[in-house]
Ligand binder design. Structure first.
Ligand code: PLP
Length: 391
């Protein structure tokens, strides 16, 4: 059938039934697959026949997961990786060579930045960092050796947006590869390929799993790029485990439903925070007060499950607020059914000086909420009491 919707594709696009006539896809826990003959084995190894050979190369559970995700991301092909970081690293390692240059936004996941700063220079790959929301700085950073643009939108933790239409056109005009980390939005809220992204990377650990259980990642994009990533994974081994792929493929079945509720809860939370005397500033992409509200409406279907705010009272208040929460979890994750709160100034970014924190947009009282699926009244009541206790 043609023109099926996101929800249907996320559920009905599954591996062919086995002789057992199971309804739900089984878990293929097997390291290798057998050949009917020496000739068939030879053909599989040479790439002259299609089929599974060894689970570092392919596995039905990993294939089901990526076949679904590539359709949801509206791309030609996809490949799964062990983690989100593996997806980011495999993309760089497969598509770049010594002498190449990358332009990336500065507000990206910490370890994506570490790959650019601490690993790629050892292999002769340089980079320039730009402000995610400053189109001109992206343009000016391009050099004759630039090969790839790397961006995360909305960005972490300050929820600034990249202008995907602009980046798609910039990348096309300069024959670059535009890579978008779509972890925060998920394909349900934003499909970067529709704006000209060549590759989409995911940490499936976050909203795609959505329940804080397994690590996983994926790379989606044009066939020629995914073929290169596949070769790299097959040779070097950061493949996704079949068990994690099975969990993640099941999770995709409920992604739309969960994202709708994450977003509904987030809207109620940001609206509450905007009325609170204890809060200086609230950041949510679909709030009319977000500096890029129009852009957010254009490229994101809903505002997402993350809300940022600036508490009055600085760093100590931020830490006291975290300690006073009773329902919210304090943990280094996001996109979970359980609501999570982070205070970058006293945790993830505590090693930076205050000036360095401000340079990446993190003020002393900045709090990031990953709004979960609990009842919103309970979440807001928890925050209310913690605001009082931490005063
Ligand atoms: C968590 C995260 C990653 C890394 O993913 P892992 O699965 O933890 O390796 C990459 N990008 C973003 C935006 C993330 O939030």
């Amino acid at each position: 059938m043609e023109n099926l919707h996101f929800e249907t594709l996320a559920i009905r696009n599954q591996t062919a039934q086995t002789l057992q006539k199971e309804h739900s896809s089984p878990l293929y826990l097997t390291s290798s697959f057998t050949f009917d003959s020496a000739e068939e084995g030879a053909a599989l190894f040479n790439g002259d026949a299609e089929g599974n050979l060894y689970s570092r190369f392919s596995n039905p559970n990993c294939d089901e997961f990526t076949n679904k995700l590539k359709v949801l991301e509206n791309t030609e092909a996809g490949i799964a990786t062990a983690t989100g970081m593996a997806a980011v690293f495999v993309t760089f390692a497969s598509l770049l060579k010594a002498g190449d240059h990358v332009v990336a936004s500065s507000a990206i996941f910490g370890n994506s930045l570490n790959i650019l700063k601490a690993i790629l220079p050892n292999y002769g790959i340089e980079h320039t960092l730009v402000e995610v929301d400053d189109n001109n700085s992206w343009k000016q950073a391009i050099k004759p050796t630039t090969k790839l643009l790397f961006v995360e939108t909305p960005s972490n933790p300050t929820l600034k947006l990249a202008d995907l239409t602009f980046l798609g056109e910039l990348s096309k005009a300069n024959q670059l590869i535009l890579v978008v980390d779509n972890c925060f939005a998920t394909p349900y809220l934003q499909q970067p390929s529709n704006f000209g992204a060549d590759i989409i990377v995911h940490s499936a650990t976050k909203y795609i799993d959505g329940q804080g259980r397994v690590l996983g990642g994926a790379i989606l994009g044009k066939q020629e790029y995914i073929d290169k990533c596949y070769e790299f994974i097959r040779r070097t081994g950061p493949s996704l485990s079949p068990f994690n792929a099975w969990v993640l493929s099941k999770s995709l079945e409920t992604l739309a439903l969960r994202m709708d509720r994450h977003c509904e809860n987030a809207v109620q939370l940001y609206q509450f925070l905007e009325t609170s005397e204890e809060v200086e500033k609230v950041i949510y992409p679909h709030s009319p007060n977000h500096p890029q509200y129009q852009l957010a409406l254009k490229q994101m279907k809903k505002g997402g499950g993350l809300v940022g705010c600036e508490l009055k009272g600085g760093k100590e208040r931020g830490a006291r607020f975290l300690n006073a929460l009773k329902i919210h979890s304090l943990t280094a994750n996001l996109g979970d059914s359980r609501s999570i709160v982070t205070h970058p100034a006293s945790t993830t970014h505590s090693k930076l000086t205050e000036e360095e924190q401000l340079a990446v947009g993190i003020t002393a009282g900045f709090i990031r909420f990953s709004v979960g699926l609990e009842h919103i009244d309970d979440l807001i009541n928890d925050i209310k009491q913690a605001l009082v206790v931490s005063k």
